[in-house]
Design a protein around this ligand. Structure first.
Ligand code: ASP
Length: 431
């Protein structure tokens, strides 16, 4: 009996302690031969030791998914055209029975095959531009992605949805906000917290809301994911003001120092949540993909050694974003731990230094305390309520697209893609 059971089968295993129901996983290389591994519906794996009293029932044999040839889409001239570009991540993943983990393997067109209802909102084109988990995203791939998005607009798309791993999706939405200048159409990032072959997958609602929003009258770069724990609505967040705030929840993404831009219901109905949400125009975006890669982010913490700043100088970094404490503090008053000499040396060597806050909510302000005035007078740029991740991506872009450090400093201080508020809205402390 046990021999007929194959990895991928749904089984119930009963031992003296109780019974477990789930999918049989192949034996991981390092696990003992007498242990059966089952993936439970919760997503966790459990190992059960083979014993005399063990009973196994097959509940359902594993059906390997059939590769269907996608049908040729029927074009409805009354609808807008939305391109779905897949880059990988959990939304493009299924459980890999060889490793017991999930790996990226669905393409955008396969996702589309499993939810043809999104063609109610738009004519759909789908292609895969890369297939990575987003922890492997990098500046060169951002440039490639920006070019692919611009190509879609230049060949007739009215909106673009990018399916992406969630870990670094907010860095990518910020990167596209700067790299696609004068964007007059919507680019909507979306992902999933559960792989698309699970009953509990969140990808279907996320994708359908994103397509509805990409076909709407609005413009700009957004990130659209579940707004709550059930499958009733999604929220579209501005690409520069959003962050992943939970490792597993479906509503992991939150707007920071901003209201979400729009609410999208499961039936595609859209409600704008901010006044004057920008409306689409006809022009196609201008590509500005140059990025300076020698930029770092440094988090300030009690007990940090100031000599860490020497590393950035010696390695020839051109920019550094500091995540200071609260209003933008770093250790200053005790000589041995002060960061001021190190920061001065960076600035003297033309390294552009920007200050953000590890509080995330609220703005930095160099005018409240005298030690902050000193940092400010040294040339540290205080970046209002800009998120550290957005500031990091912006600094790479600014350094890649300006000729002098003076020009970089001016660009850093100007609001290019709604990345900061002149006055931080106090009511948007909304986790
Ligand atoms: N680690 C995965 C990724 O970012 C997680 C996800 O997609 O949600 O690609």
């Amino acid at each position: 009996m046990v021999d007929e059971i194959k990895p991928g089968d749904r089984i119930r295993v009963t031992v003296v302690e109780g019974s477990f129901e789930g999918v049989l996983m192949p034996r991981p290389k390092l696990s003992p031969e007498d242990v059966i591994t089952i993936k439970l519906d919760s997503g966790y794996n459990v190992g059960v030791k083979k014993s005399e009293d063990l009973r196994i029932e097959i509940l359902k044999k594993y059906d390997a998914p059939l590769k269907k040839k996608p049908k040729d889409p029927v074009i409805d001239p009354t609808k807008r055209t939305v391109s779905i570009l897949s880059t990988g991540g959990t939304i493009a993943s299924r459980v890999d029975y060889a490793t017991g983990g999930v790996s990226a393997s669905f393409t955008a067109s396969e996702l589309l095959e499993s939810m043809p209802e999104i063609t109610d909102y738009a004519n759909i084109r789908a292609s895969q531009v890369m297939n990575i988990m987003s922890e492997d995203m990098n500046p060169k791939l951002w440039a490639q992605l920006a070019k692919s998005i611009a190509d879609e607009f230049n060949t007739g798309a009215d909106g673009v949805v990018v399916t992406h791993g969630t870990d670094t999706m907010h860095y990518s939405s910020a990167a596209m906000s700067f790299m696609l200048s004068d964007l007059q159409k919507p680019v909507v990032f979306t992902g999933a917290q559960r792989s698309s072959d699970r009953g509990s997958a969140d990808s279907f609602l996320n994708l359908s809301c994103s397509v509805a929003f990409a076909a709407s009258d609005y413009d700009g770069v957004y990130l659209c994911m579940h707004g709550g724990l059930d499958d009733t609505f999604c929220l579209a967040h501005k690409g520069t003001k959003v962050r992943k705030m939970h490792t597993t929840r479906r509503d992991a993404f939150k707007s920071i120092n901003s209201s979400p831009a729009a609410k999208i219901q499961s039936d595609g109905g859209i409600q704008s949540l901010i006044p004057d949400l920008p409306k689409r125009g006809d022009a196609n975006p201008r590509l500005q993909t140059a990025l300076e890669e020698d930029v770092g982010i440094l988090r300030v913490y009690p007990g940090m050694k100031p000599d860490i700043l020497e590393y950035y100088l010696q390695k020839g970094y051109k920019g550094l974003i500091i995540e200071g404490t609260a209003l933008g503090h770093v250790p200053t008053t005790i000589a041995e731990t002060s960061l001021i000499p190190g920061i001065k040396a960076l600035i003297k060597n033309d390294v552009v230094v920007g200050m953000t806050t590890q509080c995330l909510f609220g703005a930095v302000n160099p005018h409240v305390y005298s030690n902050l005035r000193e940092l400010f007078s040294q040339g540290v740029i205080y970046l209002n309520d800009m998120l550290p991740e957005t500031a990091y991506v912006k600094l790479m872009w600014v350094l890649g697209n300006s000729k002098t450090s003076q020009e970089s400093r001016e660009l850093m201080a100007s609001n290019i893609a709604l990345e900061y508020n002149e006055k931080t809205p106090i009511d948007d402390f909304n986790l």
